[in-house]
Design a binder for this molecule. Structure first.
Ligand code: BDR
Ligand code: CA
Length: 315
């Protein structure tokens, strides 16, 4: 089985990534490390436990990590994911928070990489604070990973929390810079424009409505936590003819690399000094800096396969 560790700031698309991870027959989730982003880290841990409970997988270890970025002020994404990060759907019977491991997420990452050298696909769909701390504590950490797959950053300066920066990279730009400049393992990236705006990565609304209508306990839970954001987007028509989501794609690429239909290797870094562009990912497409590529940008995935994974996960 593929060994995967997920690093999340569990909003609803992180929850989707976890759901897909737990239900791929070829994947073993070694652990889920939590970091602040969409909501504070304690709420992230609660949300992860909630998803694990619905999927009957409270055996998966959950680790609490950083609650503030390396540098910069906190800007959460509650406006988008809900006050609780999961669409503000009450949980009548929340799992005990004592289920969160006492080991810090960063220590867990280092330990797991030693226990499974060269075997772990680390899937990071959140601000990269834990990953930046891990490489500072142990510079050999990235070399012990099989690969890192990130959802974050942007390839054409199309932003979200600022005009030019994607949320995960804007929230902790220093960490994003540290990761891109020091992770020596193969690094793939699902950038914001591809996840959010490309018609190639959208799920047609009628297909999506079928997924939202899956009548199982898992399907109903998924539909409930997604309802507010999906209705908002449908009404605003800002998504056009497709539903778009971000974090699940990083998991899909890690679990099933064969779904990648188009990618580009580039050297990429993160703007840290721009007055209006801090957090923007900068890609040297033309090789002006003459540097070796450090990032494989995923540009297109097999959407039929992706849609099927949602169905399988929620049945
Ligand atoms: C990213 O920002 C977060 O709100 C989502 O969970 C996703 O990881 C998209 O920009
Ligand atoms: Ca996320």
């Amino acid at each position: 089985k593929k060994l995967i560790v997920l690093d999340v700031d569990c909003g609803h698309d992180d929850a989707q990534a976890i759901m897909l991870a737990l239900t791929q027959p070829n994947v073993q989730v070694l652990g889920i490390t939590c970091v602040a982003g969409n909501v504070d880290v304690d709420q992230v841990c609660r949300n992860v436990l909630r998803v694990l409970k619905v999927f009957g997988r409270l055996d998966v270890p959950v680790y609490r990590g950083a609650n503030v970025p390396i540098l910069g002020k906190l800007v959460d994404a509650r406006y988008w994911h809900g006050k609780d990060g999961l669409g503000d759907v009450p949980d009548p019977d929340p799992p005990s928070e004592e289920l969160v491991q006492s080991e810090h997420a960063v220590n867990a990452l280092l330990r797991l990489s030693k226990e499974h050298p060269g075997e772990i696909s680390l899937v990071a769909v959140a601000p990269l604070t834990n990953l930046a701390l891990a490489v500072r504590m142990d510079p050999q950490f990235p070399a012990r990973l099989k690969e890192l797959v990130i959802m974050g950053g942007n390839i054409n300066a199309r932003g979200r929390v600022t005009p030019t920066a994607e949320f995960n990279f804007a929230y902790d730009s220093a960490a994003a810079h540290m990761v891109l400049s020091s992770y020596t393992c193969p690094v793939s990236d699902l950038p914001y424009e591809i996840c959010r705006f490309s018609s190639d990565s959208g799920i047609p609304w009628d297909e999506w409505d079928r997924i939202m209508g899956i009548p199982t306990e898992r399907g109903k839970f998924h539909a409930a936590i997604l309802a507010t954001s999906v209705e908002r987007e449908k009404a605003a028509k800002s998504y056009g003819p497709h539903y778009h989501t971000c974090d699940p794609f990083a998991l899909i690429v890690a679990a099933h690399p064969e779904v990648v239909q188009e990618s580009e290797d580039v050297y990429a870094t993160v703007e840290l000094h721009g007055e209006v562009t801090r957090g923007q990912m900068v890609c040297d497409y033309r090789g002006v800096w003459n540097k070796e590529p450090n990032l494989r940008i995923i540009k297109k995935v097999d959407m039929k396969a992706a849609i099927q994974m949602f169905h399988d996960a929620l049945q």
